[in-house]
Ligand binder design. Structure first.
Ligand code: SF4
Ligand code: SF4
Length: 350
């Protein structure tokens, strides 16, 4: 049988357990199988044929894992857990074993309805100019949150935004189609020459892993040297907090940049669990709604305790998750994307 995993990646884990305290699903269950180390043991059993893909523990753990990659920065052996998870789901989530909702979502993106729904944004977007840095619009973001790209273009007017650009393939890569995910990223890299700027942490990390880190800039990195006016609410500095994007922080190591920007324009408060997944995790809120809501509930409690006006996200999935959770808990706190928040600063007091 052909290898399911890269042998080097799978063998790198030394079972030290340093990753266990960082893992949100291990914190939820206390079960070794729900930890990074436990899951790597399961992957090794799958690779060796000691377990087959229909094994219930394998099925449960493949979907319970958030794919947040919080286990990577703390790992002394440099285990690339995110890559292993993609390969695992590539083997595990085939045919009927793939969650139905995941199948439907990938199909939806394949049909590219987002492009038809993006009329408003298309009017705002400029045609591609080969010499300009390129703004990636993102399938989910351009459909659900077109204001995010509009704000990005207002803040960085030199960016080009090709309305016909395709999908980066992150959704596919994280949900059982790693080869297709990589092929889509390569195609997008070919379509958008030069530097690609993205307002989605998840897309940024996936794209960088395929076409190279040097070609990808997440928006907060891109504008980190710009100066913005303070954001005021009722004549006082807005009080804000940040929810990290897991892949942006754990995959690309970008977490200081959005904080510095927020600190420069607002009264910034750090959430104790800012670096911990909010439960959005790509398709997780659909595949594992109970666990996703539990994570979101804890997040809302922290946001409320922080006494902030707004919580800022740097990924559309997190933005959607936070907005829904804040609404569900009747919070007065607003969730906004970083670009939308920085765009407020250009308007001065409001
Ligand atoms: S920290 Fe790394 S090497 Fe240690 S158990 Fe976790 S994945 Fe394996
Ligand atoms: S990706 Fe997140 S949930 Fe999955 S094993 Fe790593 S830390 Fe745990």
């Amino acid at each position: 049988m052909a290898a399911l995993f890269d042998a080097d990646r799978l063998s790198r884990c030394i079972s030290c357990g340093f990753c266990l305290p960082a893992c949100p699903t291990y914190a939820m269950t206390g079960d070794e199988a729900s930890s990074p180390r436990g899951r790597i043991t399961l992957m090794r059993a799958l690779e060796a044929g000691r377990l087959d893909v229909d094994d219930p523990t394998l099925a449960e753990q493949a979907s319970l894992c958030l794919g947040c990659r919080a286990c990577e920065p703390v790992c002394p052996a440099g285990v690339e857990y995110g890559q292993l998870l993609e390969q695992w789901r590539g083997a595990q989530w085939q045919g009927r074993r793939r969650p139905l909702i995941v199948r439907a979502l990938v199909l939806l993106v394949r049909l590219r309805p987002a492009h038809r729904l993006a009329g408003i944004l298309r009017r705002a977007a400029r045609r591609r100019a080969d010499e300009a840095d390129q703004l990636m619009l993102g399938c989910v973001e351009r459909t659900l949150f077109p204001r995010v790209s509009r704000a990005a273009l207002a803040l960085a007017p030199g960016l080009a935004a090709d309305p016909d650009q395709g999908c980066c393939g992150a959704l596919h890569a994280h949900n059982g189609e790693p080869e297709r995910g990589a092929a889509l990223a390569r195609r997008l890299g070919d379509d958008l020459p030069g530097t690609i700027v993205t307002t989605s942490g998840g897309c940024a990390a996936h794209l960088a892993s395929v076409i190279g880190r040097e070609r990808v800039r997440e928006f907060s990195e891109y504008v980190q040297d710009q100066r913005f006016q303070p954001v005021l609410i009722d004549g006082r500095p807005a009080r804000v907090t940040l929810q990290d994007s897991c892949h942006l922080r754990n995959g690309l190591g970008v977490w200081r940049e959005p904080r510095r920007l927020l600190q420069s324009v607002a009264d910034y408060v750090e959430l104790p669990s800012a670096a911990t997944c909010c439960g959005a995790a790509g398709t997780y809120s659909l595949v594992r709604p109970r666990e996703s809501r539990a994570l979101a509930k804890a997040k809302v409690a922290e946001i409320e305790a922080a006494g902030v006006d707004m919580v800022v996200a740097v990924n559309p999935g997190c933005l959607r998750q936070l907005r829904q959770a804040l609404r569900r808990h009747r919070s007065r706190v607003r969730a906004v994307h970083l670009t939308e928040f920085l765009a407020l600063s250009t308007k001065g007091p409001h």
